[in-house]
Design a protein around this ligand. Structure first.
Ligand code: S3P
Length: 437
């Protein structure tokens, strides 16, 4: 059992300085998965040394892949080729990581060996039918618990066949799961998404010379390709940068530059939403690194205004809503989020947990089935619970910048799943954050 960590944020302050936040989580997972299946040696730099990405790394080691590192963000993967994975001796424990479980579920459905995927309490309560049902249509044999949750017991040696699948929800995890299974299926596998979601799987597969075709919202793959090792430079995670984009916007007299941030257009909804609210964000030095757009981002204080968040931006900012709710609490007027039911099945029910915490702090926040209505309010102090959700813990830390009293946040150990350096970097910039266990 991990130690229980409590954050205490003293009110006020501002954020100033220049930092580089850790590597992108989505790309770090995928670099291990595809590097392992490649022929040759893949070098990764900027790898996220945090629990979720390490869960994926350990899973591939357990399947016989030799992986060196991470050391200073560098990882070397000795690829075993598309058919070179070995049966793990034990169930693969994936901690808190939904991406590891859903992507691996697709990949392992196409292997010759049986496997079992497990996770922590949060992960084992998250919906997995969204992947097991379409995989079953491809011929996969996967057992779940009666309510469709993990552990997932995946049968090997099954012949998969390609299907076309219209995704019922905008989910990059489900899309990626099916594309990875499609690498082992007879014929073509295609997936159409109802709205654009992050496309790192498609881009990285192409980077490994594996053909994936795109036609509008449809991605297509077949089993004919093979992966060739390559070098991957993982940019900083915009989802981690988001805490400082909001923090520097809401705290008076702030000026922060975030270096080398991934600005893939399927991830930049947080910038668009904050700009619609009146934030002062400059995207500088745009460049392309290994097929992914990267930039430095400067953000300065501004008086935010409440808005109706355009629904088409929801999948492009899906992980940033906890901290965007804090921005809304600091804005003048009302902010309304709709079309974001997916937030209820993340690491926690992010609609309920954020509404509960904001209300404790005196904010007028009303949860709805698929979003939230927040009226800009003064933020007070109090004790809130992150429910073991990393992004909730970090979002309430940022709220301290505009609070009138101390905020105590319980159950913060899972900040280590995505951003172990959060406290150190946040305090360097000026947040008054203490951590006790
Ligand atoms: C991710 C996709 C998103 C996101 C998650 C990472 C990925 O999940 O919330 O943190 O790496 O593919 P969904 O695809 O389920 O929305």
């Amino acid at each position: 059992m991990a130690q229980s960590i409590t954050y205490t944020v003293n009110p006020g302050g501002n954020l100033r300085g220049e930092i580089r936040v850790p590597g992108d989580k989505s790309m770090s997972h995928r670099s291990i998965m595809l590097g392992s299946l490649a022929e040759g040696v893949t070098h990764v730099t900027g790898f996220l040394n945090a629990e979720d990405a390490l869960a994926t790394l350990q899973a591939f080691r357990a399947m016989g892949v030799e992986i060196e590192g991470p050391a200073n963000g560098e990882v070397t993967i000795h690829g075993v080729g598309k058919h070179g994975l070995k049966q793990p001796k034990e169930p693969l424990y994936l901690g808190n990581s939904g991406t590891s479980m859903r992507l691996l579920c697709g990949l392992l459905s196409g292997q010759q060996f049986d496997s079992v995927l497990t996770g922590d309490k949060s992960l084992e309560s998250r919906p997995m039918r969204r992947v097991t049902e379409p995989l079953a249509l491809m011929g996969a044999k996967i057992e779940t618990e009666v309510d469709g949750t993990a552990p997932l017991r995946i049968k090997g040696g099954v012949a998969l066949k390609g299907i076309h699948y219209d995704l019922p929800m905008a989910s990059a995890q489900v899309k990626s799961c099916l594309l990875l299974a499609g690498m082992y299926a007879e014929g073509q596998t295609s997936v159409t998404e109802p709205a654009p979601t992050r496309d790192h799987t498609e881009r990285m597969l192409n980077g490994f010379s594996y053909p994936v075709k795109r036609e509008g919202g449809k991605a297509m793959i077949d089993s004919k390709g093979s992966l060739k090792a390559c070098d991957i430079d993982v940019p900083s995670d915009i989802s981690s940068a988001a805490f400082f984009l909001v923090g520097a916007s809401i705290a008076p007299d702030s000026d922060v530059t975030l270096k080398h941030v991934g600005i893939n257009p399927t991830r930049t909804g947080v910038i668009d939403i904050l700009r619609l609210m009146g934030a002062n964000i400059e995207v500088m030095n745009e460049r392309s690194v290994g097929g992914e757009p990267v930039a430095d981002i400067r953000v300065r204080s501004s008086q935010l205004q409440g808005i109706d968040i355009p629904e088409e931006l929801v999948p492009l900012a899906i992980d940033e809503f906890p901290v965007l709710f804090v921005a809304a609490a600091c804005a003048e007027g009302q902010t309304r989020l709709t079309g974001a039911k997916e937030l209820r099945v993340k690491e926690s029910d992010r609609i309920q947990v954020m509404a509960d915490g904001l209300q404790i702090l005196g904010v007028d926040a009303q949860p709805t089935e698929d979003g939230m209505i927040i009226n800009g309010s003064l933020i007070g102090g109090g004790e809130v619970d992150s429910h073991g959700d990393h992004r909730i813990a970090m979002a309430f830390s940022i709220a301290g910048l505009r609070a009138s009293d101390t905020i105590v946040i319980r159950d913060c150990e899972n900040v280590n799943t995505s951003f172990p350096e959060f406290r150190e970097l946040a305090t360097t910039l000026g947040l008054n954050l203490n951590s006790t266990s």
